[in-house]
Design a protein around this ligand. Structure first.
Ligand code: ADP
Length: 192
């Protein structure tokens, strides 16, 4: 199963991606995690990405695509993957389809976690206190939510228009949300 997980910052993508990895027995590929690892390792790519990540903006499409291609060709995605944090704009959505088309591994389904903005802000404020991530400062959070609405929300329509979207209510306990996601993946029973 090749699954793309969509949702705003704070929607619970990371948490659900970890569970999906266990459930589906496929790697969890998070572009945010890959970028944070590059920053921590102090690579050239990490140096380029650091400031824009801390401000809550998007790292350049070229950088992220190159990094993602490297990860998707690492040889462990034969049974699929859970992709988290990509695509974040329409250019990335098209680039992903092109890349996966070349690899013969098209996306099966995009699952969108739906959570309203007020709750996202509350969750991210809680995480800022608990984890101290640099991009969880109030200004960066506001910027990230704005970027999501402007650039990433159209990606939801991209998958809807190509018949690959499942929307899931992301409000509630983590187990409940997970069960809702699993329910969208189960094959629909044939009628008759
Ligand atoms: P969140 O979903 O909570 O914002 P992520 O860990 O997915 O957190 O991403 C953190 C930051 O990493 C983003 O705000 C952005 O700067 C950068 N980033 C992650 N994925 C991408 C991407 N696909 N394109 C551009 N920048 C990205």
């Amino acid at each position: 199963m090749r699954l793309v997980l969509l949702g705003a910052p704070g929607s619970g993508k990371g948490t659900q991606a970890t569970r999906l990895r266990e459930h589906l027995q496929v790697p969890h590929i998070s572009t945010g995690d890959l970028l944070r690892a590059a920053v921590k390792a102090g690579t050239e790519l990490g140096r380029q990405a650091k400031a824009v990540m801390e401000s809550g903006g998007l790292v350049s499409d070229d950088i992220v695509l190159g990094m993602l291609e490297e990860r998707l060709t690492a040889g462990d995605t034969g049974n699929g993957f859970v992709l988290d944090g990509y695509p974040r704009n329409l250019a990335q959505a098209n680039a992903l389809d092109a890349l996966l088309g070349r690899l013969g591994q098209p996306v099966d389904i995009a699952v969108q976690l739906d959570v309203d903005t007020e709750l996202l802000i509350t969750r991210l404020a809680g995480r800022a206190q608990a984890e101290g991530r640099a991009d969880d400062s109030p200004e960066a959070v506001r910027h990230r939510l704005g970027v999501y609405n402007d650039a990433t929300a159209p990606v939801v329509d991209f998958y809807r228009n190509t018949g690959r979207l499942a929307c899931v209510d992301g409000v509630g306990g983590m187990d409940d949300v997970f069960l809702r996601i699993i329910a969208t993946l189960a094959p629909t029973p044939e009628i008759g």
